[in-house]
Design a protein around this ligand. Sequence first.
Ligand SMILES: [Fe+2]
Length: 226
Amino acid sequence: MLVELDSDRIWHAQAPLSFAGISMKTRMSVVRLADGKLWIHSPIRLGPALRQSLDELGDVGYVCAPNRFHHLFVDQFMACYPQALLFVAPGLPKKRPAIRCNRILSNEPEPEWDGELDQLLFEGMPMLNEVVWLHRKSKSLILTDLCLYLKEDAAAVTRILMRVLGGYRTLGMSRTIRLMVKDRNKARASRDRILNWDFERVIVSHEHIVMWNGKDAVARALAWLG
Ligand SMILES: [Fe+2]
């Protein structure tokens, strides 16, 4: 279930997800940090097979809910891994007061992964408040909903919708996500910070990964910000 993306450093797993009549896969990413602990981005449902795969990789140390929407399986993860620390996007505790987080993610890397994962809050989009990472060693940019990339293997209704909304057959920011940009200057500054990072691969939650020339793909997807 877990697929290795870069030798012994970064893995991902996908699961089906349906919302508002749209079906698409969602992705969890896993990074093994230098101290051996696993860093979990955007948890998916934790079935026995996934749990066994994770346990074989190492100890789950850190769980991240990366924006105001991707938090569905955080409680299940924290129940299974009570020793882990939970980090959540700004604004999520207000949306879900019952969530018990250890820290709210900021615009700078947390000390637990500083030097391995660069981190920024994509600003100007308070409804989303997505936190973005760069895994330096594998040159992987890790996004959640900021951009998506669907292909012909997506569900039929989803394909039709995404042709209209954007993010079909190319990495894109869908029109629904574009509507969440409330401060274009701040969004542009965050985009420019991302484009200063050194990455090749772009991992998004929905659905395909850009394996090469990821920086060009992100620059095109966010060019509309000006
Ligand atoms: Fe999403």
